[in-house]
Design a protein around this ligand. Structure first.
Ligand code: GUN
Length: 288
């Protein structure tokens, strides 16, 4: 591989292939049970990114034959009404999966809400039961969609992870933490370093990575001097640059020439996250 012309990890293309397969699985479920799989989505407030992501999730679900219901609570809604709605969805046998879009008003609010979702409907994999199952390598749990999508994308390009050093920048519940668990599992066998806002000499650690995953939500944080020649770079960021254009956490133009593989933004990790959500909804149906 010539590092001067990296291979683009095309999440758009790979996700479209996966959605084709998932459409067949959704159709088979509908034929067998006389009803379509059903996903319930909830949001509190009008955060632009959340509105955008939820639209993407709805569109993908409808495209492959998953029914969607959407509930939006206004900004400032206390936890009570949201917990009540989730409780009703937990007890509704026609609903297979429940997703509450993050961010929520506070970390405490988010913890209570994620904990309120029935683990068997928690298609985001954020309930402590599913986080625990991931840590225990119990395959009956739900794996969070972005980490799962990153691994699936790398696998689609035959990127080998066994024994390789993966540096993850960001320790969020949504990406960094579960990705670290997945990568160190016996199924993947990578060596993992997780960095965060308090890590000292981030650039020095990042340069030791065979695979560098950046998920911090900071536009163009990673520049060329933080990346080893020939590294694989996965950019989870979705930010706006100084001109209002969508950009990742990686400065693509300066970093890409050093990489063997790199994900674009948009069209890299984002579409894979949506496809993995659809897969998790099908998993929820199958596990019933
Ligand atoms: N906000 C950003 N990514 C995600 C995700 O994967 N799931 C949820 N629920 N919220 C998010």
């Amino acid at each position: 591989m010539n590092p001067a012309s990296p291979q683009i990890l095309d999440g758009q293309r790979v996700s479209e292939e996966l959605l084709g397969e998932l459409r067949n699985a959704a159709g088979a479920f509908a034929k067998r049970t006389n009803r379509r799989p059903k996903l319930a989505l909830l949001r509190v407030g009008e955060n632009h990114a959340s509105v955008f992501y939820m639209r993407r999730k709805c569109a993908a679900a409808e495209k492959i034959g998953i029914e969607v219901i959407v509930e939006v609570f206004p900004d400032g809604t206390p936890r009570g009404p949201v917990e009540e709605k989730i409780s009703r969805w937990n007890g509704d046998p026609s609903i297979d999966g429940i997703l509450v879009q993050a961010p929520l008003p506070s970390a405490e609010y988010q913890r209570f809400i994620f904990n309120a979702i029935a683990p068997e409907k928690d298609v985001d994999g954020f309930h402590p039961m599913n986080v625990g199952k991931l840590a225990c390598e119990d395959p009956t749990g739900f794996v969070p969609c972005t980490p799962k999508g990153i691994l699936r994308l790398l696998r689609a390009y035959d990127v080998q992870l066994e024994g390789r050093h993966v540096v993850i920048v960001g320790r969020s519940l949504i990406v960094g933490r579960p990705l670290g668990l997945l990568l160190q599992s016996r199924a993947v066998n990578a060596t993992v370093t997780v960095c965060h806002s308090q890590s000292r000499d981030l650039a020095c650690i990042a340069r030791t990575a065979d695979v560098l995953v950046v998920a911090v939500g900071h536009a163009k944080l990673v520049a060329a001097d933080m990346v080893r020649e020939g590294a694989i770079v996965v950019d989870v960021g979705q930010n706006r640059d100084e001109n209002g254009l969508l950009c990742g956490d990686v400065d693509f133009l300066s970093v890409a020439p050093k990489c063997s593989y790199i994900t674009p933004v948009p069209g890299g990790v984002g579409p894979m996250t949506v496809a993995m959500l659809m897969e998790n909804v099908i998993q929820a149906c199958v596990m019933k």
